[in-house]
Write a protein that binds this ligand. Structure first.
Ligand code: ADP
Ligand code: MG
Length: 365
């Protein structure tokens, strides 16, 4: 059982503050993913939890006990790094057993624990090999095994899959998720990869420049991004974000692009906008579909555009479109074939439109 609380946590390196007053509660058995671009402070946060980095201000608590001054080995956690950090001269068994050996666990218990975990991870035939005799995926499993044998109440993962090729990454991702379903541990997992974050997390924390931008379930972040940063960070392809301005005519409200193109705003949302307000329109590629997908949409939601680039992915196709000078991405489900320089009709699902204030970047609706 392990709950974790960050209270006003600040980290300074010298005079430079890189983590700014972070407040966060992590629940028992939660799979929490910290995601954000390189340099945003993910590793620093994790290392402060592990006790590898001093906390400049504020507190981190595990089960309501402040751990700021507790030694790493006494915090009941285990960390898995990107570079595995295996001992090259030790075989797999000893790499996995090392933490228990220095902890003076009885020998037979160590053997039992390592063999149990090796079985779970499919490493039982590799226990006598050294790290250089293993594939990247196997090494990563050993690094995970070493953490698992200690039965930690909290697992910390710092970009554990970054060194693996794409196929293995997807396989290991599923294994980590299975591991979480099998053990009763809380997991804090760091990645710069939003797909990894979406697929693994119970809840995601989006970090930028040492600030939390948004905390939520994968679906919440996808459907209700609170600002343009989260909107553009989560989702593949990223949400279309286009600067434009509000134009009011009588009772009707429009979003007007620089090119002159106008979109009607669904009536219920018009009242939240003022004439001439600068806004950023956000619309996901799948909400700008070629052809009349849903004929219940009003006519004025259909636009003609020119296909610039076609990216077929098998069961869907991404289209880089030019609609009257506005560049957007469109997504077509299925195996329909498209050609560049072709003019096609696009159906914009304006019910799924997001609007952000251009100045604050925060969501209006
Ligand atoms: N030991 C250090 N000394 C000084 N600055 C550091 C140190 N470690 C990290 N930083 C800085 O802190 C910020 C956050 O780094 P880090 O936590 O490693 O980011 P991430 O893991 O998200 O890529 C970066 O600007 C980085 O340059
Ligand atoms: Mg890092």
């Amino acid at each position: 059982m392990a709950e974790l609380t960050f209270k006003n946590v600040i980290k300074k390196y010298g005079k430079i503050e890189v983590i700014h007053k972070i407040n966060l509660d992590i629940k028992n058995k939660e799979f929490l993913v910290l995601v954000g671009p390189s340099g945003c402070g993910k590793s620093t946060l994790l290392r402060m939890v592990a006790g590898l980095e001093e906390i400049s201000h504020g507190t981190i608590s595990i089960n309501d006990k402040i751990v700021n001054d507790i030694a790493p080995k006494d915090r009941g956690l285990a960390m898995v790094f990107q570079n595995y950090a295996l001992y090259p001269h030790m075989n797999v068994f000893n790499n996995m057993a090392f933490g228990l050996q220095i902890g003076k666990t009885p020998k037979n218990q160590i053997k039992q624990r390592v063999e149990e975990v090796a079985l779970i991870l499919g490493l039982e035939d590799f226990l006598k090999r050294r790290p250089h005799e293993l594939s990247g995926g196997q090494r990563q499993r050993v690094a995970m095994g070493r953490a698992m044998v200690r039965k930690p109440s909290i697992f910390l993962f710092d970009e554990p899959l970054s060194n693996l090729d794409a196929k293995l990454r997807i396989q290991m991702r599923a294994e980590i998720k299975m591991l979480h379903q099998r053990v009763d541990s809380t997991i804090i997992y760091v990645t710069h990869d939003q797909v990894e974050a979406m697929t693994l997390a119970d809840r995601i924390v989006v970090l930028r420049d040492g600030y939390i931008e948004q905390v939520g379930t994968p679906l919440e972040l996808f459907s209700k991004p609170v600002n343009t940063f989260v909107a553009g960070f989560i989702g593949t392809p990223p949400m279309n974000l286009v600067e434009c301005k509000v134009s009011k005519q009588d009772k009707n409200t429009f979003i007007q692009f620089e090119s002159g193109l106008k979109l009607p705003v669904p009536e219920k949302n018009g009242t939240k906008l003022t004439d001439n307000q600068k806004v950023v329109l956000g619309l996901r590629a799948e909400e700008i579909a070629p052809g009349a997908v849903d004929t219940s949409f009003p006519e004025e939601w259909i636009f003609e555009g020119m296909i610039m680039v076609v990216e077929p992915l098998g069961n869907e196709t991404h289209l880089h479109m030019d609609i009257n000078g506005v560049k957007i991405m469109s997504k077509s489900e299925g195996k329909k074939i498209f050609k560049p320089n072709e003019k096609i009709k696009l159906h914009m699902n304006l019910n799924e439109m997001h609007l952000f204030d251009a100045k604050t970047t925060e969501v209006i609706y």
